[in-house]
Design a protein around this ligand. Structure first.
Ligand code: NDP
Length: 263
């Protein structure tokens, strides 16, 4: 029996155990997926091996620490320094990132996306920004503090903090901050967000399972919007393929993961 887990803080809200266990159960794959509250990022690797895990997912606020903890990082994760999926490969910790492709899957129905504003500058923002740039989409990044913005500038994103933000026209605005995850806060001052939402066609939030204050505002502005559920599904399917070493069919993984959303 293989054991998998998700590491984060907070972690009680995570739907990943339900999603992965639904796949394992219905496809008779001998594995179980749990959740682990991890307070100290520096204990990630040690905890992973102590729990004898075959693989794991990593969420807020440990994704950058997960990158550092890996013995080897593969694919897109290497480019961005952010890991959300860990695999135990013969006692070595291998890191991947499935968030960005998960998000692209999620916004597939939003057409003609050429200009995106990302709110937030953490691990998720990095993954999305670099992936959007690969798709030749113009990316602007808005964050409450300036420290993390330099990274984005290097890659050619337009950057601003709340103080020096100048409005432009966007196709999509994405909240990648954790504002609204556990509280009812907005990811930026309300006046700023109202101006932004008046100048975009679509809005999306990485947070799932609730209509965040940001999405409530988007709804008030009559925008088409979506929460992070499809992103969660997309990244989960790709992570499950890694966990099961592509032994299960992708469409089946997707089907049973989606089914777990209705529980
Ligand atoms: P990080 O901790 O790496 O980054 C958080 C970012 O949010 C930082 O830029 C931080 O700003 C900003 N921030 C935090 N709190 C506030 C606030 N109250 N107001 C304004 N800005 C704030 O987090 P991640 O990138 O890993 O995750 C972000 C969110 O995305 C989480 O809510 C997570 O649950 C969600 N997520 C959902 C996924 C899905 O599948 N649906 C996948 C991945 C993530 P500063 O730099 O100033 O500290």
């Amino acid at each position: 029996m293989q054991l998998f887990s998700i590491f984060g803080n907070p972690i009680a809200h995570s739907r990943s155990p339900l999603m992965h266990n639904s796949v394992f159960k219905h496809l008779n794959y001998k594995a179980c997926y749990t959740r682990t509250l991890l307070k100290d990022s520096s204990k990630l690797k040690e905890t992973f091996f102590k729990l004898k895990l075959s693989g794991a997912n990593v969420t807020v606020p440990h994704k950058e620490a997960a990158f550092k903890a890996c013995d080897e990082v593969r694919g897109f994760a290497k480019k961005i320094g952010v890991v959300n999926t860990l695999i135990n490969e013969n006692g070595k910790l291998i890191g991947y990132n499935t968030d960005a492709d998960g998000f692209l899957f999620a916004i597939g129905e939003f057409k003609n996306i050429k200009n995106i504003l990302i709110i937030g500058a953490g691990g998720t923002a990095k993954a999305l920004a670099i992936r959007f740039l690969e798709e030749e989409i113009n990316v602007s990044v808005l964050n409450r503090s300036t420290k993390r913005l330099a990274y984005f500038k290097e890659f050619g994103c337009k950057i601003s903090s709340w103080d020096d933000f100048k409005i432009a026209s966007y196709d999509l605005v994405v909240n990648t901050t954790s504002a609204g995850l556990e509280d009812d806060s907005l990811p930026a001052p309300k006046e700023l967000l109202e101006e932004i939402l008046n100048n975009t066609r679509y809005a999306a939030d990485a947070i799932y399972g609730k209509v965040t204050p940001f999405l409530q505002l988007a709804s008030k502005h009559k925008l088409t919007y979506k929460d992070g559920a499809d992103m969660l599904l997309g990244q989960g399917v790709l992570a499950n393929e890694l966990f099961t070493n592509s032994k299960l069919e992708k469409e089946q993984i997707k089907f049973y993961m989606k089914k777990s959303f209705k529980l």
